[in-house]
Ligand binder design. Structure first.
Ligand SMILES: [Zn+2]
Length: 513
């Protein structure tokens, strides 16, 4: 090995090895996707695959050659870093069926270490060592004869010519490629994360922009009213007994009188977009004034309590994280979502205002370690998988763990409803809606975050539950609403409950009369 490393190789050989390795190892999912989704005959598919392989070989070769020739040691370091990221990305693509598109990168940047650490495992480290670190060391240590500029021009020129010729031969495939660009781009290493990281940086600059203010509203009565909006995390409709699931995952809520159960779908399959859709007045790529911000500006007492993250910017006086709640209630375990409802009754009853909005941003069903999200006494379905990786080999255990999180959610929501019902001086409402759903092994998919046009229904069919105190508001009847609701019903229904009269209110998106 040592002798081998000491023998210098030409930059041509070095670039060829990097290019072939990148193609064969890091891009297996890319070629699997092309094979599965091309609508060509077998012969056509082979031609398309071969063409794509040649193009990628030539492009990767050219980039490696250029980077190494121009930047030398910096080029080596870049290649080493890329091979480690490539290996990590490949591991996640294979293990969780994710695609490295803009939203995945955004989620990576928005994930806290405590949650990300849930993904770390021995198999991940081993995988990175074998397919990332070893190639990286080789890139750093291998002696190279760099050669003259003439050679650079010859090899890179030839590579470019090959790319052009093969691309022209596949001109008829342009339509297919443009129809599948998101997926293809999301699987292509290393371009997927390089390009998408750039896109995210430009998105986040846009997001720093001020939210678009809604026209002023006003509160039209003095009655005491409180709305508790509970944003669920990765809670999927399919595992709620209330929606017909075989298991008794809702033993308490199913006995709760007056609970409304709506069919609903989420607008996205990841937290930042799902949460935004719950809080904004209408579907938009722009950032409109959000429900808590708008209600606060209109004079409502608003409090946000969270064990989660990834929500759009909230501008209110009281924003409490799990850590801050943990300091207030040291006897409560802040690892579990019960911390969110601690002291809530006192908080509401001591309000100086007549209208109160409480938003609880929960994390109860967040993977990959479902079994860590509920106290031991809620481990009703056993045995459980410790995390998704273990659950992939034993789906039943994964579902056991997930179902326990739904049972814990049932307990929390039931508690809330009982608390509100006992506050007889107040009109009150509890609304529960999830940010998105979750895959639990259907078609070998796990977790969430696929682009909407590819996502299976498990990732966007969500629970939407509503309870209100007696004589608060009348519900619209079945015929007055679509069969399946979307998340934007929250904004308008909550304005109604808080008696906010506003040009931003749309009665078509209100579940109440
Ligand atoms: Zn989420």
């Amino acid at each position: 090995m040592k002798a081998l490393l000491r023998r210098p190789i030409s930059l041509f050989v070095f670039s060829s090895i990097v290019s072939i390795w990148t193609l064969l190892i890091y891009n297996i999912p890319f070629f699997r996707y092309v094979t599965d989704n091309s609508n060509e005959s077998t012969g056509g598919r082979i031609f398309l695959l071969a063409s794509l392989m040649v193009i990628m070989l030539a492009l990767n070769f050219m980039m490696t050659y250029l980077v190494m020739f121009c930047m030398r040691i910096v080029g080596r370091i870049l290649l080493a870093i890329l091979s480690i990221i490539n290996a990590t990305a490949l591991y996640f693509i294979i293990t969780y069926s994710v695609m490295i598109d803009a939203t995945t990168i955004e989620n990576v940047f928005n994930t806290r270490y405590s949650e990300a650490s849930g993904f770390f495992s021995w198999s991940l480290w081993l995988f990175i060592l074998a397919f990332g670190l070893l190639p990286a060391l080789w890139c750093l240590a291998q002696p190279i004869v760099f050669g003259k500029v003439k050679k650079l021009a010859l090899w890179c020129g030839s590579a470019l010519a090959i790319v052009l010729v093969v691309a022209l031969a596949n001109f008829s495939q342009t339509l297919w490629i443009s129809q599948h660009d998101t997926e293809l781009g999301g699987l292509l290493q290393p371009w997927s994360y390089i390009v998408n990281t750039g896109r995210i940086i430009s998105f986040s600059q846009d997001e720093q922009a001020e939210e678009i203010k809604l026209p002023d509203g006003k509160i039209t009565d003095q009655e005491k009213a409180v709305v508790v909006l509970v944003i669920g995390e990765s809670a999927r409709k399919a595992n709620f007994q209330l929606y017909g699931y075989q298991r008794d995952t809702n033993p308490l809520l199913s006995k709760q009188e007056g609970l409304k159960v709506y069919e609903a779908t989420s607008c996205a399959t990841y937290t930042t977009a799902g949460t935004k859709a719950i809080l904004e007045p209408q579907n938009s790529d722009d950032l409109y004034e959000l429900l808590p911000n708008y209600a606060f500006r209109t004079g409502v007492d608003v409090s946000w309590r969270t064990t989660n993250w990834g929500e759009p910017p909230i501008h209110i006086d009281e924003y409490l994280t799990d850590d801050e709640l943990g300091v207030q209630f040291p006897d409560e375990n802040e690892a579990y979502d019960a911390i969110l409802i601690r002291g809530l009754r006192e908080r509401i009853e001591s309000s100086q205002k007549n209208k109160v909005l409480i938003v609880l941003h929960t994390s109860t069903s967040h993977g990959p370690k479902y079994a860590d999200k509920y106290p031991k006494e809620f481990e009703v379905y056993k045995p459980v998988a410790k995390n998704v990786e273990e659950g992939e080999k034993n789906i039943d255990r994964l579902i056991n763990a997930y179902d326990n999180t739904i049972r814990y959610t049932d307990f929390l929501l039931d508690n809330l409803v009982n608390m509100l019902r006992s506050m007889e001086d107040w009109h009150s409402a509890m609304i529960f809606i999830s940010d998105h759903g979750e895959s639990l092994g259907e078609n070998k998919m796990f977790m969430h975050g696929l682009p909407m046009k590819l996502a299976p229904k498990e990732q966007y069919e969500i629970p939407f539950l509503v309870w209100t105190s007696k004589d608060f508001r009348d519900y619209k009847t079945e015929g007055e609403l679509p069969a399946v609701l979307e998340q934007h019903y929250i904004f308008h229904s909550v304005l109604n409950l808080l008696s906010i009269e506003s040009p931003a209110y749309n009665k078509d998106y209100d579940i109440f009369k």
